[in-house]
Design a protein around this ligand. Structure first.
Ligand code: DAT
Ligand code: MG
Length: 143
């Protein structure tokens, strides 16, 4: 096991429902530490760039529209196996398939409006963190 960092986004649906605190409580309870955070209202270019890997998928336009529909909370989480741990507590992309007790099972509306984002691998975590944060904006907390 190793201490890792991962990018988390609390998406516009959950922010609009005032669920930031409830979701952060889940992250913290899972042992993940918030080492950077900012609230942003993404513009189209930022959302398209962030989800560029999905640009040829049929849901891309709707995804960008949703991600720009309101503010999001972008965070860097740190902890033992943070990337996998965050994915585990997020649950499956489609909340209908998400295990009971996961964030998406409890907070997502559907596969499009699914409350949270989490990096899926070390390379994507590194890329996604750098997409939103400079190195000097991250505060190491795990000793
Ligand atoms: P995840 O967010 O679990 O990493 P992903 O990377 O496959 O899932 O997709 C990114 C986002 O795109 C996802 O959170 C919601 C949207 N999306 C994925 N599959 C979809 C689908 N079949 N229909 C509509 N939106 C979808
Ligand atoms: Mg993904």
């Amino acid at each position: 096991m190793a201490v890792e960092r991962t990018l988390s986004i609390i998406k516009p649906d959950a922010v609009a429902r005032n669920q930031i605190g409830a979701i952060c409580a889940r992250l913290e309870k899972a042992g993940l530490r918030i080492v950077a955070a900012k609230m942003l209202h993404l513009d189209q270019q930022q959302a398209e760039g962030f989800y560029a890997v999905h640009r040829d998928r049929p849901f891309f336009r709707d995804l960008v529209k949703f991600m720009t529909s309101g503010p999001v909370l972008v965070q860097v989480l740190e902890g033992e196996s943070a990337i996998a741990r965050n994915r585990e507590i997020m649950g499956a992309t489609d909340p209908k398939k998400a295990s009971p007790g996961t964030i998406r099972a409890d907070f997502a509306t559907n596969v499009e409006e699914n409350a949270v984002h989490g990096s899926d691998a070390p390379e994507t975590a590194k890329k996604e963190i750098a997409y939103f944060f400079r190195d000097d904006e991250l505060c190491a907390r795990t000793r």
